[in-house]
Design a binder for this molecule. Structure first.
Ligand SMILES: Cc1cc2nc3c(=O)[nH]c(=O)nc-3n(C[C@H](O)[C@H](O)[C@H](O)COP(=O)(O)OP(=O)(O)OC[C@H]3O[C@@H](n4cnc5c(N)ncnc54)[C@H](O)[C@@H]3O)c2cc1C
Length: 417
């Protein structure tokens, strides 16, 4: 795969640090606007399993994210390999409560779509390489962000030992949960460990999934099955840190038995169990998402438990809003890194971020609590959720990313118009 290593300029309008799914999406959203954009990414975009963003994971893209990707011209590259989620089935082991969400009730063709992360990477890179105004600096590593009153600077190293200073009106940090930018700026990030890991694998079921995503909660942790092509499903199995080595050492038939023990037999027996991979689970929230000439987005700003499949979707809504605010400021000859512009973005996104983070965290903690009153409340809660369509619709629209003030990109309006 080709990567642009040419560096024509040292001065940019916008410099994005981190070309993972979030940083690269922001660059795509702003490409073609006559802004001069630099995207600094440490790892080659090459599709393999070691890339921090574009690995073998599958992600559920919400309906709202699909609409944003559609406006950006990315969806046409992903559609043929995506699997629609038409229903979501939520249950708890040993509990009579059940809940269903159906796309027909919500008036959409699908609640979301399952796509492989490395295919999202390929689509983003393809788009960037054919876009005007975006220079991809890769592999290139952000070393330092010297903080100054009126300018944003970044010291970047290349793997031929060159060290270069780049300047920009605005620097956006999309450099992941361990964000170097965030740390160098001294921005506090609150972090709560769930003491669990998500083990992912692709499996084939004997009973067809019928485009249903299953979410099953147990006291040991949740397990989710996302529909993929054929009879395949992408599994996210949560396991306590202490049990991880044992789970990873299981052979295919042992892992299949473990899955059935937690999930039951709704999808029949599991065969063709793919490679397992583990990800530590924690909730991270940066206390500030903007700073002088700096915006922090993606996992660098908020990292969520993957149980509700919301981390990337929330960040794509963030980048759609940030891109819109930058585009408007640019057109009006405003300073795109100015405090007013950044504060407007932060304020716009605050409420959706609070709701999404809180819902995901409450869901995660509520369903592992073994106390009998909590157990009863959960059963009643699931039943109430299923019996009251207005509540269900409200929550479904929030998780689909269709609630609240929608961005232009989510409404199908390109920022270049
Ligand atoms: C098991 C699992 C399943 C998930 N499923 C879903 C799902 O179904 N739906 C959903 O919405 N979300 C899901 N998520 C969350 C989603 O994966 C994240 O929200 C998303 O990957 C965040 O992307 P990012 O670009 O912010 O960060 P990252 O993916 O961490 O990317 C950061 C990038 O910055 C680069 N970088 C880091 N430091 C530097 C530096 N100093 N200089 C230059 N570059 C640097 C890295 O190389 C990397 O490419 C899941 C997460 C997990 C773990």
């Amino acid at each position: 795969m080709v990567h642009r290593l040419i560096m024509a300029y040292n001065d940019y309008d916008l410099l994005i640090i981190g070309g993972g799914m979030v940083g690269a999406s922001l660059a795509c959203a702003l490409a073609g606007l006559d802004l001069h954009i630099g995207l600094v990414e440490a790892e080659l975009f090459t599709a393999n399993n070691t890339h921090p963003s574009y690995d073998d994971r599958t992600v559920a893209l919400a309906q709202g994210t699909k609409r944003i990707f559609q406006t950006l011209g990315l969806w046409e590259m992903l559609e043929s390999t995506s699997t629609p989620i038409q229903k979501i089935h939520i249950s708890e082991r040993g509990c009579p409560g059940l809940a269903h969400i159906d796309c027909c009730d919500e008036g959409v063709d699908a609640l979301g779509y399952v796509v492989e992360a490395r295919l999202i990477g390929a689509a983003l890179l393809g788009k960037l390489l054919s876009s005007r105004g975006v220079e991809v600096l890769c592999p290139a590593y952000l070393e330092k962000i010297p903080i100054e009153e009126n300018s944003a600077r970044a010291i970047i190293s290349f793997n031929d030992n060159r060290i270069v200073e780049l300047r920009a009106r605005l620097i956006v940090a999309a450099d992941g949960a361990c964000s170097r930018v965030r740390k160098q700026l001294g921005i506090t990030a609150l972090r709560w460990e769930y003491e669990q890991q998500a083990v992912i694998a692709n499996v084939t079921s004997t009973i067809p999934h019928c485009n249903t995503a299953y979410e099953r909660f147990t006291e040991e942790g949740p397990v989710a099955f996302l529909p993929m092509s054929g009879h395949r499903c992408a599994v996210v199995y949560t396991v306590n840190n202490k049990e991880l080595p044992q789970v990873l050492s299981l052979d295919d038939s042992g892992f299949s038995t473990l899955l059935s023990g937690r999930f039951g037999d709704r999808l029949g027996a599991f065969s063709r169990i793919g490679q397992r991979q583990a990800y530590p689970l924690f909730l991270l929230k940066a206390l500030e998402h903007t700073h002088r000439r700096i915006a922090i987005i993606g996992n660098a700003a908020h990292t969520l438990h993957p149980i509700a499949g919301q981390g990337l979707n929330l960040s794509i809504r963030d980048i759609a809003a940030l891109a819109e605010v930058i585009a408007d400021a640019w057109r009006n000859n405003q300073d795109i890194g100015g405090t007013e512009v950044l504060e407007y973005y932060a304020e716009w996104r605050r409420w959706d971020q609070i709701k999404t983070i809180a819902c995901t965290d409450i869901l995660t903690r509520l369903f592992v609590n073994p106390l009998p009153p909590v157990h009863i409340a959960r059963t009643l809660g699931l039943l109430a959720f299923d019996f009251f369509p207005p509540i269900k619709s409200l929550i479904a629209r929030q998780f689909m990313g269709l609630d609240g003030r929608l961005t232009k990109l989510a409404r199908g309006i390109p920022l270049t118009d």
